[in-house]
Design a protein around this ligand. Structure first.
Ligand code: MG
Length: 226
C-alpha cells in the first residue's frame, strides 16, 4: 500500500508578499481623475504628501468645491487599466507566493481595476457616500493598516516581503522581514535610504523579492544552527 508523505517545504508555505496598489500595479487614480476633469490640485498624492488624513480632507474639499462625487470618479476609473506588465507580474508572483495588496485606496474606487487584475486580495478603506453620490467622508479601516497587517501576518508565522512606492508604504516596509521601494519618487528614495530601490522593471522587482526570501530563509537556517 502506498504511503503518503507530506514533503511540502514548510518555509515555502509561509512566504507572503504584501504589495502596495497605486503606483505599483495600477496608475494613481486621483492623478488620472485630476487630468480627466482638469483640476491640477487633485494631482497631489501619497507620493508627495506624507500626511494621508490631510491629503484626503484636501481632496474631498476640492471635490465639494467643484460639485464632483463618486459617479464622476467612477466614470474615469472605469477607463483605466493596470500598469503595463502588472497583471503578468502579479500572476507569476501568485503562483509561488501568497500575495495580499495593502492599499490606502477605497473599495468603491478600486473595483474596476481589481477586476482586471483577477480579483487579488485587497485590504483597503471605504468611502462614505451620500445617496446623491456626494463623497461626505471616508472610513479608514484602521490607522496605519499597512504596518498593522504586516505585524499580524508575522505573528501568524508568515515571512513577509513588502514593496511599495510612497511615504504611506514606509512603515509597512520597515515592519516586513524585507522592504523594497519600487518606482518611488526621488524624495521618498532620499528620505528612506535604508530600503533597496527597484527603479522600474517588474522582472527586477520579482528578482528582488525572490532574493529577499532566499536571504530570510538563509538567516533563519543560520540562526537555527547556532
Ligand atoms: Mg502607491
Amino acid at each position: 500500500m502506498l504511503e503518503f508523505v507530506y514533503c511540502i517545504p514548510l518555509e515555502a508555505k509561509m512566504e507572503l508578499v504584501c504589495l502596495d496598489l497605486e503606483g505599483v500595479l495600477i496608475p494613481e487614480m486621483w492623478v488620472a481623475f485630476a487630468e480627466a476633469v482638469g483640476i491640477p490640485e487633485l494631482k497631489r498624492t501619497t507620493r508627495n504628501e506624507p500626511d494621508y488624513d490631510r491629503l484626503m480632507r484636501f481632496r474631498l474639499e476640492i471635490l465639494k468645491q467643484h460639485g464632483l462625487g463618486l459617479r464622476e470618479i467612477e466614470r474615469v476609473v472605469a477607463t483605466l487599466e493596470p500598469l503595463p506588465g502588472a497583471k503578468t507580474f502579479l500572476d507569476g508572483l501568485r503562483e509561488r507566493y501568497q500575495v495580499i495588496i495593502l492599499s490606502d485606496t477605497f473599495q468603491e474606487l478600486a473595483r474596476p481595476l481589481m477586476r482586471q487584475l483577477g480579483w487579488p486580495t485587497l485590504f483597503c478603506h471605504n468611502l462614505v457616500v451620500a445617496p446623491d453620490g456626494t463623497i461626505t467622508g471616508y472610513r479608514l479601516r484602521m490607522k496605519d493598516q499597512k504596518r498593522e497587517a504586516v505585524k499580524r501576518f508575522k505573528e501568524l508565522n508568515f515571512r513577509v516581503v513588502a514593496a511599495g512606492d510612497s511615504y504611506n508604504d514606509t512603515t509597512m516596509l520597515a515592519e516586513a522581514d524585507a522592504g523594497i521601494l519600487f518606482r518611488a519618487p526621488q524624495v521618498v528614495v532620499e528620505a528612506f535610504p535604508q530600503f533597496p530601490l527597484v527603479p522600474e522593471a517588474y522582472s527586477e522587482l520579482r528578482a528582488a523579492i525572490d532574493d529577499a526570501f532566499a536571504r530570510i530563509a538563509q538567516e533563519r537556517q543560520e540562526a537555527a544552527a547556532r
